[in-house]
Structure formats: C-alpha cells, structure tokens
Design a protein around this ligand. Structure first.
Ligand SMILES: Cc1cc2nc3c(=O)[nH]c(=O)nc-3n(C[C@H](O)[C@H](O)[C@H](O)COP(=O)(O)OP(=O)(O)OC[C@H]3O[C@@H](n4cnc5c(N)ncnc54)[C@H](O)[C@@H]3O)c2cc1C
Length: 305
C-alpha cells in the first residue's frame, strides 16, 4: 500500500468559480455546469498511460493535446466529462437531443406541470426565409412587420397556455393536456457528455449553418464553459477543427491547377467532375462547386470559370 502513487482529484479553479452559475441564453434560457470530471491534465494522463510516464512540462502537455486533436486521436478526450443543466425551448431541444452520445434526464411534463415560460421573439428578431438555402434564413423583418408577428406570437402562446390550464383544471391527465403546447415552451434537462462528443456537438452547432437558437447555446457552452474547463483542448479545437477548412480530393486537384495558373486545365477538370453543366440562364446549380467557390472566396481567390 505504501508504494502506491497518491493521486489528487483534478480540479479546475476557473470552472469551479462558475459552478452552478446560470449563463443566460435567449430570453429565458440558461446553461449551467452542475459537475465535471477531469480537464486538460486528464487528456495528457490518458494519452501517456500506455508509456507509463507521468505528466511532463506544461509546454509538452500542450503540444501533446494539440497533436492528439490534430491527428484525430480522440479517446483521451473521452476521459473528461461534464454535466450541464440546461433550459431550452422545445424546438431547439429537439435538435439538441439528436446528439445521441450524451446522457440525458429531461423535465417530465407527464409528471409535472409544464414550465410556464415560452421563448418570445423580439420585434427585430424575425428572420426572413433564405432563397438559396432551404434550411436557413437571411435578413430580418422591419419593426412594423416584426411587431405584428410578436403580437400574434404572444396571443398564440397565451391562448395555448390558457387551454392547457383549463384542461388541468378539469382533471385531464398532464400527459394529454400538454399535447397542444407550442414548441416555444421551455424545457429543462441534465445533459452529461464527454469532451470528445461535446466538441463534435460544438463543431456542428456553433457553425453558421446551425439554427440561431441552438447556436446561441453552443456558443455559450464553448466560449464560457469549455474555454474555462479545458483551455488547451479548446484552443486546439479552434485551431484545428472550428477555424479550419478541409479540401476534398477533387478540390485539391483544382487547387493545384489554380496555383499553376493553368486555366484551360482547371475548366476541363471541373467539367469532368460534372460541376460546370450549363443551362440557358448560365451555370446550373451544383452544390459541390458552390462549396468550393466559397472556400476560394475565403482564400481571397476568384472563381476560375
Ligand atoms: C445544420 C444541421 C442540419 C441538420 N438537418 C437535419 C435534418 O434536416 N433532418 C434530420 O433528421 N437531422 C438533421 N440534422 C441532425 C444530424 O443529422 C445529426 O443527427 C445530428 O447533428 C447529430 O449528429 P451525430 O449523429 O454526428 O451526433 P451524435 O449522435 O452525438 O453522435 C456522435 C458520433 O457518434 C457516432 N455514432 C453515434 N451513434 C451512432 C450509431 N448508432 N451508429 C454509428 N455511429 C454512431 C457517429 O460517428 C456520430 O457522428 C442536422 C444537423 C445539423 C448540424
């Protein structure tokens, strides 16, 4: 027994300082940390266990974490776990719950009366349906239209709540009375996940393509919580995943030709990929080509066709 290595529990004072603190999201939602296990140090500890070596210098630890993340050695990141308490409108929760690699307990509206709060949209927050992206929005309604939309939203939410209360008052079972509550109704849950899967959640939900509401939660979890909890892993995640761009094999072929300045060959290659089909109105829509054009724009390069 005397020869056994004494281990201290990994404590992160920066995260302890905000344990239980509610980070506000949307009009009435929040995220707060209930508990956690591990930190940057546990990633290093797990990665080095196979070598039987103890923790090295901080600079070496940073290099190791960055190496692991850059090269998709993901299991050491599963050694860190975090438990969050979240309050989210049901429509955002419906997207959130698709991430299957978490452990969840949600507030039960069979057992308890539904939370009496619905997410309200400010008059300047109504988004216009995007033309190009069927899943997205672009721009906002003006205040006049926005104010009408918010007024009608409020009427709908009040009416739905009133009917819900009426049903409860005459003794309808809670499990049935709830069926017409709007998706804007807030729900609460405990959500426990390891760092590897949390980073996967964040890369998808902090992305510009994610819906604003769930993106707002992801931004808080990333910037306020993971940043405090595992700052080295968070920095590596931003450098190698979130702010990185990947190129497909086809894109790399074209990039090589662009660098060589070989315009005819670029067009020929893109045509062979089926990216440059033409209609009377010009180039027909091709998602892969558009994604490549976006990457070129990001790099400050013009479309070569
Ligand atoms: C912008 C955006 C738009 C979306 N649009 C739609 C939509 O229109 N319709 C829709 O239905 N969904 C949509 N989704 C949800 C999406 O398809 C995923 O269900 C969600 O993002 C969860 O991702 P995931 O499965 O990778 O994550 P998790 O469930 O957290 O899983 C993490 C990883 O674990 C592995 N894994 C987990 N479970 C399994 C399994 N059973 N078998 C094999 N591997 C597994 C996979 O590698 C997976 O990537 C959208 C998501 C985003 C971000």
């Amino acid at each position: 027994m005397e020869n056994q290595e004494k281990l201290d529990k990994i404590v992160i004072p920066e995260l302890d300082a905000v344990l239980g603190k509610k980070f506000k999201v949307l009009d009435d939602g929040f995220v707060r940390v209930v508990d956690y296990m591990g930190g940057d140090e546990s990633i290093v500890q797990a990665a080095r266990v196979s070598y039987g070596k103890g923790t090295k210098k901080v600079s070496e630890d940073r290099g190791l974490i960055r190496y692991l993340l850059r090269n998709h050695h993901t299991t050491p990141f599963e050694m860190c776990e975090i438990k969050l308490h979240v309050r989210v409108p049901m429509d955002a929760w419906r997207q959130w719950i698709r991430h299957r690699t978490a452990n969840v307990n949600e507030y039960s509206t069979r057992y308890s009366i539904a939370i009496d709060a619905s997410q309200k949209t400010g008059i300047d927050e109504w988004r216009i349906q995007a033309q190009d992206n069927k899943q997205g929005s672009e721009g906002f309604f003006g205040n006049e239209e926005g104010s009408k939309l918010s007024q009608r939203e409020s009427e709908l939410q009040n009416f739905a709540r009133e009917i819900y209360q009426e049903r409860l008052a005459v003794g309808v079972a809670r499990e049935q009375a709830r069926k017409d509550l709007p998706l804007s109704t807030y729900t609460e849950a405990y959500w426990k996940i390891d760092l590897h899967n949390l980073l996967h959640f964040l890369v998808l939900r902090m992305d510009q393509h994610a819906q604003f509401e769930i993106r707002s939660y992801a931004n808080v979890i990333g910037n306020e919580i993971v940043n405090r909890w595992c700052p080295i892993a968070w920095e590596a995640f931003k450098d190698y995943i979130m702010n990185s761009k990947s190129f497909t094999g086809l894109e790399l072929q074209l990039l090589k030709l662009i660098i060589q300045g070989n315009k005819d060959e670029i067009v020929k290659a893109a045509e062979s990929f089926g990216w440059l089909k033409r209609t009377e109105k010009g180039l027909s829509r091709n998602r892969e080509r558009i994604e490549f054009e976006d990457k070129l724009e990001f790099l400050g390069l013009n479309k070569p066709w």
